[in-house]
Design a protein around this ligand. Structure first.
Ligand code: AMP
Length: 281
């Protein structure tokens, strides 16, 4: 496995792989790798000749009051995880390498950002789309792997790839969870011990809503209330949003029908967690 910090060095070696007819699978991350990231790497390993992992905490996608500084980082440990999961190339640039000057062009996401994290994190998806546009042009992958834990991101990236005609296949990967149901996240280490005990209530609440749907509840507002009361009764977290939309369109629905997403964000003292269930009816 090789580690690159310079765009030009990575490009030189990846051009050789492409010229030799190799397919490239790409896993973009912000590091502090866990089993969720590992499942993306494993799938990329199965489906491609070459696997590229990027580790870059992208300042552009964090708001001024968000956790850019406290976002966990451990590059030495990440390298070991990457080796164990068959990664060939790690791209780990400094912010100055990715943004040597203030960007003169920013990708602005126009659709699917007036809901969920788009509302509570203004500018976040513009930062994501901008860094991914750069990374796609640097890596020139055949397939890119994204986790459905960030289901809105998958929908937004799908729009980016279609609108900008990137010749890339987007591969969504199911959410990996802790044994108690909490979605794995790099941010979980920033939960206080008591909050960590409470946090599985988020997924429990989503599953309770799913069972309510199974037994005939079709009204989105009633389902939102079910999720909200379970989270409020079982955690000290503050609900940021609980929303239900069609998926992947992320449009308001009158009745739960077809493919839908129930998505949640909850603020704890130092960290904001998100989770969702995508349900096909
Ligand atoms: P991040 O490092 O948090 O930006 O995540 C990098 C990629 O890993 C994104 O595509 C995430 O959706 C994905 N990911 C993060 N957590 C999980 C998880 N628990 N299960 C599956 N994929 C995940």
């Amino acid at each position: 496995m090789k580690v690159y910090t310079k765009i030009s060095d990575l490009r030189t070696d990846l051009f050789k792989e492409k010229a030799a007819g190799k397919t490239i699978g790409f896993v973009p991350t912000m590091g502090y790798l866990h089993e969720g990231h590992a499942s993306l790497m494993d799938q990329a390993r199965k489906e491609n000749d070459v696997v590229v992992l990027s580790i870059f905490v992208n300042p552009l996608q964090f708001g001024p009051k968000e956790d850019f500084a406290s976002y966990p980082r451990d590059f030495e440990r990440d390298k070991q995880v990457a080796v164990n999961h068959g990664v060939d190339y790690i791209f780990h640039p400094a912010a100055e390498e990715m943004y040597p000057t203030k960007p003169s062009v920013i990708a602005v996401v126009k659709d699917r950002t007036d809901v969920l994290c788009g509302t509570s994190r203004p500018g976040h998806f513009d930062g994501v789309a901008t860094v991914l546009t750069k990374l796609f042009n640097i890596v020139l992958p055949n397939r890119v792997y994204f986790g459905l834990k960030d289901a809105q991101q998958v929908a937004v990236v799908d729009g980016l790839v279609n609108d900008y005609n990137f010749p890339i296949e987007i591969v969504p990967v199911p959410t990996v969870r802790e044994e108690d149901g909490l979605a794995k996240s790099s941010r979980n280490v920033n939960l206080l011990p008591e909050e960590r005990k409470q946090a599985p209530a988020i997924y429990q609440a989503l599953k309770i809503a799913e069972r309510a749907i199974d037994t005939g509840e079709k009204d989105p507002d009633s389902l939102v209330k079910i999720v909200e009361s379970h989270i409020n009764e079982n955690t000290d977290g503050i609900v940021d949003y609980i929303e239900i939309y069609s998926y992947p369109e992320l449009k308001v629905i009158e009745q739960v029908n077809g493919k839908i997403i129930i998505a949640v964000a909850v603020r704890f003292s130092k960290v904001r967690l998100i989770d969702n269930l995508i349900i096909q009816l």
